[in-house]
Structure formats: C-alpha cells, structure tokens
Design a protein around this ligand. Structure first.
Ligand SMILES: CC/C=C\C=C\CC(=O)SCCNC(=O)CCNC(=O)[C@H](O)C(C)(C)COP(=O)(O)OP(=O)(O)OC[C@H]1O[C@@H](n2cnc3c(N)ncnc32)[C@H](O)[C@@H]1OP(=O)(O)O
Length: 304
C-alpha cells in the first residue's frame, strides 16, 4: 500500500529526469581530463580511475603533479558522470613521494632575506597541502590503491583518500624526517585520526621505519589487502561501482558530513547534520531508494 502511494508521488516527480539520464548515459568525456602527470580513465559507469603517470620516475611528485592534482579533483567534483574514484600508481611502485630533483626554487633561493623566503615557502607549502586537500574537498569517495612502495608524500596522499586498499607486496614509509623535514602536507594531521593509535603514528613519523601491508592493515591504515595489483584494482572497482549505484545525494552528503564530523565536536557535527539533511531529505532520491528497496528493484538515480 505504502509502495503504491509513494510510487504515485514518484511518477510525476522522476520521469523526466530518468529519461534525461538514459539519453545522456555514458557521455563522459574523459578526454577532457588532459594532464601531464595524471591519467584519467573511466573503467566502469560513473567510476573514474586517476593514475599517477610518471612510472620511469617512480611516480615522484613534481611541480606539474602538485598543480594538476587540484585541477583534476576540482574537475571531478563537478563531473556529473563520476560518483566514485579509484586512485592508482602506474609502473613498478605506487609513488616515491616528493620529486627530489624538481623542487620549486623557493626551497633553494638564498638571495632573499629570511622573511621573504619564509613567505614564499609558506605560499608553496600551502599550495602543496591544497593538492591533497582537494581529494578531501571532492565529494566523490576516493579509494587509494597502493602496490609496492608508498613513500613520503604518498602517505600524505592516501591519508586524504576515503579508503585505502593495498596489494600484499605493499610497503609504506613516513619518510620525511629522513630528508630533514617534518611531514607538512597532511600526514601528521590525518594519519593519527585514521589509525586511532597516537603512539604508533608518532613512532612511524619519528623513525621513518618501513612497514608492510599486514602491519598497515593491522593498524587500520589499509582497509583491505589483495593478492596483487590486478586483484586490488578489480576489488576497488567493485567497491566503487557499488558506491556509484547508490544515491549520489546520499553518498556525497555522507562524505561531506564525515569530513566535518572528523574536524568538529559531536554537538557541532549534529548541528551541521541537521542543516544538511533538512535540505537533502527533500531529494527525489529518498523516495526512489525507499520504493526500490520495497519493490526489491535496483534504483536508478538522476545525475548530480
Ligand atoms: C612541501 C613538501 C611537500 C611534500 C614532501 C614530501 C616529502 C617526501 O616525499 S620524502 C620522500 C622522498 N622520497 C624518497 O626519499 C624516495 C627516493 N626513492 C627511492 O628510495 C627509490 O627510488 C624507491 C622508491 C625505493 C624505488 O626504487 P627503484 O624501484 O629501485 O627505483 P630507482 O632506480 O631508485 O629509481 C628509478 C628512477 O626514479 C627516480 N626517482 C625515484 N625516486 C625519486 C624521487 N623521490 N624524486 C625524484 N626522482 C626519483 C630515480 O632517480 C630514477 O631515475 P633515473 O632517471 O632512472 O635515474
């Protein structure tokens, strides 16, 4: 009875958007994602794969990479054909972190006085931080897929992702102290919250010791370990497709609210949640999902 009633409401509400969806299906132009260091493809409907693409340099993060990460994830945020992302590394390893051969002049410039040099560096570090915060600001869930080595900036990167999978050969290193710096693009802020063990987070950051997939899983950095890179990517694509089959309003709202909740107290988080859902509960997706659930059918949601 309830199903029939709700289906009636939905009839008028959703037909045009369903039709629009069918005619525009699979119209993603991944060719509009043109980057030097990132390769963007669409392996499944509503799922994008972003791959760091400097295999000959072990996917080291050069200046083009730092710039393109922001451009890429801003574009993904606005891409209605994308509902979930998997992030991979091409070639032998996931990433060797900061490109030690391609550092911005601001690191080296000795002709500036200390204040001016500090201001330049401040701007540069902020922009590098933004390169990974762009992943967090993007409302589409991002699954990091780590194979072999994930060093230095690689940890900063995966810590900004929503989920982390790895192959069994993966190893990790919070390498920064070994090159004389405190990790400054997110690891120290995000890693302790991800693993929920302050002692281990400090140990890894103070010692730069290598740790392997099984320990990464045990401390909660990695959600799932797969036999190899291929099975990991298939597993990540399956998860991404499952996410993409849900209401994009619900999924993207969940990401926004989870990120907010991590950075605020329970009471502030609940206030933000109320404001969010007082709007989003009015979405057609709510009715569609409920009716589909009761009819035991897969719901089809309009693009967002
Ligand atoms: C504001 C600051 C923001 C961010 C800061 C981040 C900090 C960090 O990321 S600290 C970590 C820095 N990275 C490293 O210390 C790793 C150095 N690399 C390695 O240890 C190894 O390359 C490896 C990752 C273990 C992989 O070893 P292997 O597979 O044997 O490859 P190689 O033969 O060593 O290298 C192949 C090729 O890649 C170049 N390369 C590797 N890493 C880097 C790098 N980090 N920067 C620049 N280039 C790198 C290496 O030079 C080789 O190049 P060729 O032209 O073939 O010589």
């Amino acid at each position: 009875m309830f199903t029939t009633k709700v289906a009636g409401i939905l009839k008028g509400l959703t037909k045009p958007s369903v039709l629009k969806m069918t005619s525009r299906m699979c119209s993603t132009a991944t060719s509009t994602y043109n980057f030097e260091t990132l390769k963007v493809t669409q392996p499944r409907e509503f799922v994008l794969q972003v791959e760091i693409n400097r295999p000959e340099k072990r996917n080291a993060m050069n200046q083009a990479f730092w710039r393109e990460m922001v451009e890429c994830f801003n574009q993904i945020s606005d891409d209605s054909d994308c509902r979930a992302v998997i992030f991979t590394g091409s070639g032998k390893i996931f990433t060797a972190g900061l490109d030690l051969m391609d550092m911005d002049n601001a690191f080296m410039q000795s002709d500036l006085d200390v204040g001016r040099k500090a201001m330049k560096l401040r701007k540069l570090i902020r922009s590098y931080q933004e390169s990974f915060t762009a992943i967090e600001k993007c409302p589409k869930p991002v699954i990091a897929c780590v194979h072999s080595a994930c060093v230095g900036g690689g940890i900063d990167l995966i810590a900004a992702c929503d989920m982390r999978y790895s192959s069994s050969d993966a190893w990790f290193c919070v390498k920064e102290v070994d090159i004389g710096l405190a990790a400054d693009v997110g690891t120290l802020q995000r890693l302790p919250k991800i693993i929920g063990n302050d002692s281990i987070a400090r140990e890894l950051a103070y010692t730069a010791r290598k740790f392997f997939a099984d320990e990464a899983k045990q401390i909660g950095l990695i959600g799932r370990i797969f036999e190899n890179k291929e099975t990991m990517i298939q597993g990540a694509l399956d998860t991404a497709s499952l996410i993409a089959s849900k209401s994009p309003i619900a999924v993207q709202g969940t990401k926004v609210c989870l990120v907010y909740a991590r950075d605020h107290g329970v009471s502030e988080g609940l206030d933000q949640m109320v404001t969010w859902n007082q709007n989003m509960l009015q979405s057609e997706d709510l009715m569609k999902a409920m009716v589909a659930g009761m009819d035991k059918k897969a719901p089809v949601f309009s693009k967002l």
